[in-house]
Ligand binder design. Structure first.
Ligand code: FAS
Ligand code: PHB
Length: 390
């Protein structure tokens, strides 16, 4: 088999890149080690920046997002028993975010891809990038009892944090930067009206909590938990009781509960791999970087990587210029590091760290006090949350 761009990974990065390439007449094949249902069973991000929405529209997959997504013009920070609303629209000259689950984004992109007739190979085992330091890269994979080869011009490593693309790069050619946080997020999904029509990020002495949603009838909640917590130790009742303790009284009283239908614990880390290009292979999305979900940046950073890479590949094939792909890594990393900084800052400000001393705790309280009483400080928060310019 031959294609112009071989894409490893059928998550948001791979599917968005694949659809943009297909729309530009650039042939591509997506390979994933699991099947569609497994991918759609993963519950992840919930907040889309306007730039991400624009790319999904450009990929022709935005109809349901605009019909069912929830535009949000602000959110609240809750601490000391009170709410402090961050007016995203007022502080950013009219910008907002769209609340629409990553699962639905993935579903819409998959449906669009199937309608376009572009090739996706699911349940492809042992996918391996080869010779990406040459002008004749190829990818191999195993399926139906045989080993197969796809020759291509470029490889897009959209295979997430644990995928093969970054791991195929010689250790001497890559630098990684990592910070592991001493806690995780215990999250649940329940078919019940959200406690508020906007998101609430809570900082409480017992730990962080987040009240989010997927629709007006489906809620998404998280509480900070220790890294050694076991999901089987958390009944729904225990979760709801802990969430109530971390929210201001008026929200705790208004909270409506229902049986959860998804419950999981995710560890938090900040991670960046440099560079994001190795000859004819490009790292995209979680394959290159991970952020703690506090700033709702993970999925949105994947989209901005796709924006830069798609522009470069289109320029290569349409204009015969490699300026865009040559600049990909530097351009993508400039935006990645600003989002990594923001996600680290918001995580540090909103969580309780086990080893925090009295001085650091006072600093966190001063940060929150300054943030909620200074237009300049809340503007900086707002412009990062809605997404810095692409
Ligand atoms: P993905 O990991 O989504 O997709 C990678 C794809 O590559 C997968 O389909 C995988 O099956 C495939 N793959 C892996 N190894 C392979 C191999 N060997 N061969 C072939 N295919 C392979 N972000 C937010 O903004 N907000 C959140 O609340 C949030 N919560 C998260 C919770 C969890 C538990 C996790 C893990 C991430 C969360 N994220 C969140 C971040 C998440 O949304 C990512 O940023 C987003 O999925 C990135 O998309 P991709 O880069 O496509 O990677
Ligand atoms: C979510 O709804 O899953 C969500 C929203 C905002 C975040 C993180 C997760 O910052």
């Amino acid at each position: 088999m031959r294609t112009q761009v071989a894409i490893i990974g059928s998550g948001p990065s791979g599917l968005l890149l694949g659809q943009l390439l297909t729309g530009a007449g650039i042939d591509n094949i997506i390979l994933d080690r699991v099947g569609k249902d497994y991918i759609l069973g993963r519950v992840r991000a919930g907040v889309l920046e306007e730039g991400t929405v624009g790319l999904i529209d450009q990929a022709g997959a935005g109809a349901r997002l605009h019909a069912e997504g929830l535009p949000h013009t602000g959110f609240s920070l809750a601490f000391d028993g009170r709410d402090h609303r961050i007016d995203l629209r007022g502080l950013t000259g009219g910008k907002r975010v769209m609340v629409y689950g990553q699962t639905e984004v993935t579903r819409d992109l998959m449906e669009r891809r199937e309608a376009s007739g572009a090739r996706t190979i699911y349940e492809a085992a042992n996918v391996t990038p080869h010779d990406f330091d040459t002008g004749s890269p190829f990818v191999t994979y195993e399926k139906d009892g045989g080993t197969h080869r796809i020759d291509c011009d470029f490889i897009a490593g959209c295979d997430g944090f644990h995928g093969p693309s970054r791991n195929a790069v010689p250790k001497s050619a890559i630098r990684v930067f990592e910070k592991i946080y001493p806690f995780g997020w215990l999250g649940i999904l329940a078919e019940v009206a959200p406690v508020s029509d906007e998101l609430i990020y809570a900082n409480h002495p017992r730990g962080f909590a987040l009240c989010s949603m997927r629709s007006a009838t489906r809620s998404r909640y998280y509480i900070q938990c220790a890294l050694d917590e076991k999901i089987e130790d958390w009944s729904d009742d225990r979760f709801w009781d802990e969430l109530r303790r971390r929210l201001p009284a008026h929200h705790a009283e208004a909270l409506i509960t229902a049986p959860s239908f998804e419950k999981s614990i995710a560890p938090l880390r900040s991670f960046v791999a440099e560079p994001m290009r190795f000859g004819s292979m490009f790292l995209v999305g979680d394959a290159a970087h991970i952020v703690p979900p506090t700033g709702a940046k993970g999925l949105n950073l994947a989209a901005s990587d796709v924006h830069y890479l798609f522009a470069g590949l289109r320029e290569h094939y349409r204009d015969g210029s490699d300026a865009g792909i040559d600049a990909y890594s530097e351009k993508a990393l400039a935006r990645v590091w600003k989002a990594v900084r923001f996600s680290w800052w918001m995580t540090t400000m909103m969580h309780r760290f086990p080893d925090t001393g009295e001085f650091d705790q006072r600093i966190q309280e001063a940060e929150l006090d300054y943030l909620t009483h200074s237009r300049a400080a809340s503007t900086a928060l707002a412009e990062n949350y809605v997404g810095l310019p692409l």
